[in-house]
Write a protein that binds this ligand. Sequence first.
Ligand code: ADP
Ligand code: MG
Length: 695
Amino acid sequence: MLDALFKPRAIAIVGASVKELSIGNVIIRNLQKYGYKGAIYPLNPTADEVCGLKAYKTLDEIPGQVDLAHIIIPSKFVPQTIEDCGKKGVKAVIINSAGFSELGDEGAALQKDFLQRAKEYGVRVFGPNCQGIINSDPELNAYCNFTFTYPEPGHISVVALSGGVGALIMQALTDLGIGQRFYASNGNACDISIPEIVRYYGDDPETRAVVLYTEGFSNPREFLEVAKEVSAKKPILAMKAGRTEQGAKAASSHTGSLAGVDIATELIFEKTGILSFTDEGEMARAAMAFATQPIPKGNRVGIITNTGGPAVIATDVLVSFGLDVPKLSEASIERLQLSQMAEAALENPIDVVATASGAHFRGALDVMMDEEGIDSVFINFVTAPFTDTHEVARQIVEVSRLGKKPIVCNFMTDLSQERFRITHGILKAGGVPCYANPSDAAKALGALASYGKLRARDIGEPRAFAGVDSARAKKVIDEAREAGRSVLSATEVYSIFEAYGIPVAGWAVTADAAEAAAAAERIGFPVVVKVDCEEIDHKSDMGGVAVNLKDAASVRATVEDMQSRLGSLGKLNFFVQKFLPGGRELIIGAAAERELGHLVMFGLGGIYVEVLKDVVFKIAPVTELEACEMLANIKTAALLDGVRGERGIDKQAVKELIQRVSLLLTELPMIQEMDMNPIMAFADCVYAVDGRIRI
Ligand code: ADP
Ligand code: MG
């Protein structure tokens, strides 16, 4: 429980200062200015009074119980102070001071030291090197932070690792006039973690939406579990910075180079139903809609406008979010004729025209609310000076309050004029999310709708496959490990594939030309011969792959040629495989991602992966729905269906293959990297023809 942190009844400020421009002073002033209802105990070695409050020399002297302590002293004194806090019974501390793990070994040792003592006394640590928290509850008004924005009470709770971004989001929400519930920015996050805070927000009945900014997680598995739990209860809007890195790294496509790249955070967002943003302003604006409006049940938008062009812009943006602006029913149009002016356009958008009054807006709104073919409403409201804009606003508010369908409003005006400020105030106070231009408003509605889709997406459970022989696969890996090898041989790789029911073309591993020729006879011509050698990674680059060998003589000649050219590289075996021409080459790869498990990658092979970097990732285990999404979400998805008379591929077989690979990875976590490149896909079957596994 983080109540001591977020709902402290008494706060000690260790390092309280009389200097106005110091953190130890600003925090006290913030608490006072925000109207903190609990007791504030400044600690200062010399002053008797700080910010008009009695100051204490030590924690011992403080008469009452202290829930929370701010620690704003040089880092070397922090371990002792934590111990003092423990003795005093302080339950949580916010260490604003820097000089810990962010500062190399010495700092890290200090951090370890104070953490040790904190654990001993059961003191929870927020930070170090952090801002702090805010709780806007009017019964408490806890501003335990040194920032300068004073949020109104509300229902959005913010958590940000970076103080700078946290403050930015808080300011953006405040500028939009949106109240906030909790705020937390926890710097080094050595103890109290983001997942823990998100869970706390999830349990808080006053928090309706969570806004999260992160640069990754030290414990992604913990976050994944918490996110699943919390996003089932309330929307989480999140932004992960460092996306271009994702692009760059995913670009290198080869599974091996994936390690260390944090594309996992975004994948966690996707897997757990978190709405992901790439623009912090867009996220804050979306939060405004989430704070007041219901989630649309579908993707059909009704537009009401008193000016033409902005509705066109909005439509484009809405459509880009996968929304639809459908025709209205005949009944709705007839009903509109009763309320609208002759010049009005009674379609979708409904153009009520610039002279429209509150009654005209209301007539259009009522129709949109009742129209079964509409799930949400977008309003363009330009403050035509020859209309009663206050009345228009009141009508919008009345309909919005019914909470039937989400409404967002593009409110175009000049807020320096009092009359329009009042109009704006009516909308705001009425809980109508207002935006200053059609694109911003449309993106906010798009976010609501995207979230509706995310919630409706039932990811399902990973599939079980009959006949999988995981014991056999484990044995193969154990033997390789005992032999001290990390790269598996062809025999081992294909044995594992077979154990998991992964279709492979007929194959044999042979030691020389005679064996290879005999194996080729058994498999049936034409065949492929590939060199199999631990030292050789990309066989074809070394001239170690010969395809379409039609008889025993060419198999023998090929093997002898490879022996003479490549023999010096190491012990060579020869992998003989059925030649499968004319398939489409696909790639499935996987890489272990710290403690999260494995990331699975899918794409079209060849230039598509190498040049276009057209691949999709998921976190294993991959469900049927996720496998479908993988196939659908590559840019070149259309190619899987066949183009220009070419037949499409067996997509169901590919989806199954992905799920078998996913199962394999979940059951064999010691696999570090795996590559099937290529998989040969045909209209009615697929085969893995090249595989690599590193353990
Ligand atoms: P590597 O990736 O180590 O160079 P591969 O086994 O992937 O070796 O072979 C290189 C290429 O040869 C494949 O991308 C594919 O185009 C072709 N190839 C390999 N095996 C077969 C096969 N059994 N049938 C048809 N083409 C194949
Ligand atoms: Mg290959």
